[in-house]
Design a protein around this ligand. Sequence first.
Ligand code: AMP
Length: 215
Amino acid sequence: MRIILFGPPGVGKGTQAKLLSATLHVPHISTGDMLREAAAARTELGIKAKQVMDAGQLVSDNIMVGIIRDVLTSKKASNGFILDGFPRTLPQAEALTVLFNELNLKLDAVICMEIDDEEVVKRLSSRRTCRACGTIYNLVTDTLRDSTKCPSCGGDLYRRDDDNPETIRARLKVYASSTAPLKDYYARMGMLRPVEASGSIEQIQGAIVVFLNRR
Ligand code: AMP
């Protein structure tokens, strides 16, 4: 299975991608996670990317396409993958199509998760991630006993630096101008599968699986 999951920030792509990755036994490839790992490791790319991410802007297409080329040609991706956070611009989508053709790969589906902007701001302001296992929680809906510790592994929970209201609004603007046009691109290819993402995690996962089974 080769799937692209896309949608505005905070729509729940990471959560759904992790679940799908476990169900379908294919790796979850998140460009945001890769950039955050590079930032934590303080590599040259990571330090530059962190500034861009903290401003809610996009890292350049050249860099992102290079990163994705490396991953998709690696052994890790040889049996399929779920792409989360890539492509995010039309040039990235076009470069990905070229790469698929070059590697003789077939894209199975592009799942587009849809949600209101106000809901995004609410969700992201209360999002917390476990530093140890990567599980994502929401302080409003997940009623954790201790909002600083992961209930599943005991790791520290943190709020992403770009999950503050000002940066969230900047990210939404960037999504509307640079990423939303990808809907037309993939609709023209007959690949787009829209999924309403305001329900529970289980309902949304169910809707995605229905689409994948109908292919
Ligand atoms: P995410 O975790 O997917 O929300 O990504 C966090 C941030 O990483 C984004 O706001 C961008 O600054 C950067 N980023 C991740 N993926 C891409 C991409 N494909 N193109 C450009 N920037 C990206």
